[in-house]
Design a protein around this ligand. Structure first.
Ligand code: ZN
Length: 429
């Protein structure tokens, strides 16, 4: 053990020496016609952003004498530079086009291969960071390691590993199957506070950087009611206490009112979906500093494509009952002052890489374009507690950018077709 640590220290020292010596070679200057400063909430003309070894070293104006002359250049004339986008609710190892019993046609490792393709699609769509809130077999940890190791292109991944939940609940994973087809308990299922404490410790041990729970029923699961609470207050509280002790945030899938409010009272950090939240939920969210992550684009895709993809009729009926209500709740929550982050359920609910379709829906339902962009940048970074790394074009953060033609504050749909994507100072699209 001691020997391994000494070797690691030596390697780190060697790496530091190499990167210091090669600092000039790793310098990139990114220019565009305009830049959106999401922190100040204003457009800046003719930016020149200096990225050294993957992180932003200076935010200058073109023509500034301090711009390094021998740097690699990425010039984006006619375009607007924004921070790389963050989707707080994706499922990399899933495909919305394979639904219902059709998932049984594929072996388990197939979904990791799907994750490889989806990681590339989301990155090229401008999403340089994603929070993966649920995947079997620790697939998101493997994908993260493969991206960081340079094996595959993909966004920065914040993995939750398994979504944790109750026996027979939304995240059970074997719901709808007869007992003889699911003889082994799903690794993510627990009942009782102590069971959840142990699950939190286990997924943390194997790489979870955020804890995801399923506090209520869901739309796409078969044997539950979307609004019904599935975890008790005591169970949710045990998860939150254990996760926070480990320095992890908690994201809770919650459609129904009592589940949402118990999550907020227990200190959950982000409420996913939040479909049936009410004024009391808004009050609790503001009092506890919780964020809402509302996937309000999905309804369009599910109702248009669900039947073709093999989605169960029960799920379609649940979506018809809840989709419009969720959008109305989104508008009411935003107007009430609830803090919002951008989360789509991309991958699982609509095809990977179409994440940005949700921006126009957020604007349609009452959010100004700047706030919709902040939900996917500044706010998301705050909710991840990674403001030193992502979420703004600011000194010290990663050189992650998306560039669009025209002004996204005038036409939010420009974000659906990024002209360039840059991650860590390297152009990936
Ligand atoms: Zn989800």
């Amino acid at each position: 053990m001691r020997k391994a640590k000494a070797t690691t220290r030596f390697l780190l020292a060697a790496l530091a020496a190499t990167s210091a010596g090669a600092a000039l070679a790793a310098t990139t200057v990114v220019t565009a016609d305009r830049m959106l400063d999401v922190l100040a909430g204003k457009m800046v003309d003719r930016p020149a952003v200096v990225v050294v070894d993957g992180r932003i070293q200076a935010v200058l104006t073109q023509g500034d004498a301090a711009i390094p002359r021998d740097a690699t250049r990425i010039d984006l004339p006619g375009e607007t530079l924004l921070p790389g986008l963050i989707d707080m609710h994706v499922h990399l190892a899933a495909d919305a086009r394979i639904d219902g019993n059709r998932v049984l046609d594929y072996t388990d490792s197939f979904w990791v291969a799907v994750g490889v393709a989806n990681a590339k699609a989301m990155l090229e769509a401008g999403f340089t960071t994603v929070r993966n809130v649920g995947s079997a077999d620790y697939a998101d940890v493997g994908l993260k390691q493969a991206v960081e190791g340079g094996y595959i292109p993909g966004p920065r991944i914040v993995p939750a590993t398994y979504a944790l939940g109750a026996t027979g609940g939304h995240c059970d994973g074997t719901e709808g199957l007869p007992p003889s087809f699911a003889p082994v308990p799903t690794p993510s299922v627990a009942d009782g506070p102590e069971g959840y404490r142990s699950l939190v410790r286990k997924v943390h041990k194997y790489g979870a950087e955020v804890i995801k729970i399923c506090a209520t029923g869901g739309v796409l699961s078969r044997t539950d009611v979307a609004g019904a609470q599935q975890m008790s207050y005591e169970e949710i509280k045990a998860v939150v206490d254990e996760a926070h002790r480990l320095g992890l945030k908690v994201a809770a899938h919650a459609h129904g009112l009592s589940g949402i409010n118990d999550c907020l009272r227990a200190g959950v950090d982000t409420i996913e979906h939040a479909s049936l939240a009410d004024e009391e939920s808004f009050r609790l969210a503001k009092a506890h500093g919780a964020w809402f992550s509302m996937d309000i684009y999905d309804d369009d895709y599910i109702l248009a494509e669900g039947p073709k993809n093999g989605m169960f009729e029960e799920s379609l009926a649940k979506e018809r009952a809840i989709g419009l209500k969720q959008r109305q709740t989104f508008r009411a929550a935003y107007n009430a002052g609830v803090k919002m982050i951008f989360g789509t359920d991309n991958g699982a609910v609509f095809p990977a890489g179409q994440n940005a379709l949700q921006f126009a829906k957020m604007v349609e339902w009452g959010m100004p374009p700047l706030e919709a962009i902040r939900a996917a940048t500044r706010n998301a970074a705050q909710a991840l507690a990674r403001e030193g790394d992502v979420g703004a074009i600011a000194v010290g953060r990663y050189g992650d950018f998306v560039a669009v033609r025209g002004d996204p504050l005038q036409d939010i749909r420009q974000l659906e077709h990024p002209a360039a994507v840059i991650k860590g100072g390297q152009r990936v699209k």
